[in-house]
Ligand binder design. Structure first.
Ligand SMILES: CC(C)(CO)[C@@H](O)C(=O)NCCC(=O)O
Ligand code: NA
Length: 586
């Protein structure tokens, strides 16, 4: 790295950065010493189920908004125009459905791990498979998240990459294991504020330097960066209204509907109403965050005259150049990236500790005392911490992978490939009373196989929906002579339509969630009917959401009853479950 890139940080910047870390630690320490002092798993993992909707809602948006999005979205807008902004349309249904379908079912069951649902509805084996899938997704995602801010810090201060990665993991584990979920949620609130402040500062400075908002607008308009609504129905087109606005709903459902990190937050809310409200309140903040990162991409487009693509790493240099002469602001921006990453990683730690404890440890050690269980949960937190830097460092050793790791697409592909089948499994259970455990297992297995097939196939398929400039970006990263590299990349741009299996591999990654979700449901239902569908009286009460009953409310009563299996939650079951661990269902 050119040492001249490292002139940006002044003493004020270091102070701002230190304040972020100190405040996060302080919040952790406060929750370690107040309340019940984190001596029970109910407090450590579930925040005593006492949270109100405001902190929960800010925490919800922080979980999956990492530095990857903060710099990935501007890079996307800069390169391809504002089409990506239409993902905001998916936020409507993507939050309404969790609020009115998933929360009512999951909250009433008083779960700790969302995968307990799978055991109640299907079997222990399905639950374990759900848990393992989640652990895989989260561990890979953490590796991606931890790397981005470390790169930024390295670029502006020269701080060693691996040192920054380790420090991030360490800081995060410290406050997470000290203060439990309460600390995670309250640091999320603080860190979300820092995140917004950093993005806002860049935009305000950028717009002022470039001669006002109307100037920026004129230039991005002339530069063709304001995209019209693309209604092309082709599923291989990377970003259209359909892939973003409809495919995006399924992506949102896999994250906000059934992902442990989010469900744990809903369940930590004081009441079900409060959980639903937090979901509603997440909507404006998510839109604001999307708008800020899109506008940042437009401002960058104005500030830079190069009319080729931009890779995410460049965003950091752009911003640092823009903020030169404003001491404190580079520090605020790096703090913004770290806030985004820390809040995501802490959610990941806490949710990993929860599922490992609740799904993998507790069922085998039923007689564990609360104090012991809390200790084990904390130890699990530490275990997973060591895992995140290991993943990140593995990425580091493969220099070419660095470009990949930064990509917004990588994170969204992962959510779709791994989260989509799990979403399908929950939908199969909640909406289709006939689905049986065999069907669920087969559906999940087939769904995962299909989504990995298309996901891995797309990596090896040149004309895939991947960004056409990625080859150029890689070359540009490795040499300073970016102009010629970009020309080569543009020359190599393949415009021919793929056919056959290649067409399958070119499926837009925004459809991965929907595709694998439907695959799981379809295969799950077929296998269930072949092996003997579940009888209504065998389904655990409270695990079905009568979606057909609600949709077909005009049908006569007896037909509706046949279709939707509206089983009320029996008093015996609720008593057993309120008393403690879930009884095994055979
Ligand atoms: C997942 C959404 C679409 C909504 O939360 C967004 O935050 C996002 O694009 N996240 C990318 C992954 C990341 O930032 O780590
Ligand atoms: Na975050």
């Amino acid at each position: 790295m050119d040492p001249s890139d490292q002139k940006h940080f002044t003493a004020v910047d270091y102070v701002i950065f230190a304040v972020l870390l100190a405040a996060s630690m302080g919040i952790g320490l406060y929750h370690a010493l107040s309340g019940g002092r984190q001596r029970t798993t109910q407090e450590f993992l579930m925040a005593d189920r006492s949270m109100s909707c405001l902190p929960v809602s800010l925490s919800l948006i922080a979980s999956f908004q990492s530095a990857v999005a903060i710099i990935g979205v501007p890079a996307e807008i800069y390169t391809h125009g504002t089409q990506y902004w239409f993902i905001g349309c998916a936020y409507f249904l993507g939050l309404l459905i969790p609020a009115h379908v998933f929360i009512p079912v999951l909250y009433k069951l008083r779960l700790s791990s969302t995968y307990e649902y799978l055991e109640l509805r299907f079997s222990k084996a399905v639950r374990i498979c759900g848990t393992l899938t989640f652990i895989f997704q989260t561990v890979v995602y953490m590796g991606v998240c931890v790397y981005t801010p470390a790169f930024a810090l390295n670029a502006v201060t020269g701080f060693e990459l691996w040192g920054a990665v380790l420090a991030t993991g360490l800081a995060c584990t410290l406050y997470t294991t000290m203060g439990g979920l309460k600390a995670v949620i309250w640091t999320d609130v603080f860190q979300t504020a820092v995140m917004f402040a950093g993005q806002l500062a860049v935009i305000v400075v950028g717009v002022n330097q470039t001669g006002g908002a109307s100037e920026v607008w004129r230039k991005v308009w002339e530069g063709n960066r304001i995209s019209a609504l693309n209604l092309n129905p082709d599923p291989t087109e990377r970003h259209t209204f359909w892939t973003l606005g409809v495919g995006g709903v399924f992506l949102m459902l896999s994250l906000y509907g059934v992902n442990q990190a989010q469900v744990q937050r809903y369940l930590s809310a004081r009441t079900e109403k409060e959980a639903v409200r937090s979901c509603y309140m997440a909507f404006p903040s998510l839109q604001l965050s999307l708008a800020l990162s899109c506008v940042m991409g437009l401002v960058m487009f104005y500030a830079n005259t190069l009319h080729f693509g931009c890779f995410p790493q460049m965003v950091i240099y752009f911003v640092m150049d823009m903020l030169e002469g404003f001491p404190g602001l580079p520090g605020l921006f790096v703090a913004c990236l770290f806030s985004a990453a820390l809040s995501t990683i802490s959610s990941a730690f806490n949710s990993l500790a929860t599922v490992t404890m609740e799904d993998l440890v507790k069922p085998h050690v039923p007689a564990m005392t609360e104090a012991r269980a809390t200790l084990v949960s904390k130890a699990l937190g530490w275990l997973f911490t060591s895992y995140a830097p290991i993943t990140a460092v593995t990425f580091l050793t493969e220099r070419a992978l660095i470009v990949v790791v930064f990509d917004l697409q990588v994170a969204l592909k992962l959510f779709g490939m791994v989260g989509g089948p799990v979403l399908g499994l929950f939908c199969l259970g909640m909406f289709f009373p006939w689905a049986n455990p065999t069907g669920a297992m087969a559906g999940l297995g087939a769904g995962l196989a299909l989504s990995f097939w298309v996901g891995i196939g797309s990596i090896f398929n040149r004309s895939s929906g991947a960004r056409p400039l990625s080859a150029g970006c890689r070359a540009a990263l490795l040499s300073d002579n970016s102009t010629s590299a970009v020309h080569t990349a543009l020359d190599n741009l393949t415009l021919s339509k793929p056919s056959g299996l290649n067409r399958f591999y070119s499926l837009s990654y925004m459809w991965y969630s929907a595709f694998s979700c439907f695959a799981v449901i379809l295969i799950g239902l077929i296998i269930s009917f072949l092996t003997g569908p579940m009888k209504e009286e065998d389904v655990t009460p409270g695990t079905i959401y009568p979606v057909f009953g609600k949709l077909l409310c005009f049908l006569p009563e007896h037909l509706k009853k046949k279709l939707c299996c509206v089983t009320p939650r029996g008093p015996t079951v609720s008593k057993i479950m309120d008393a403690g661990p879930i009884p095994s269902i055979s």
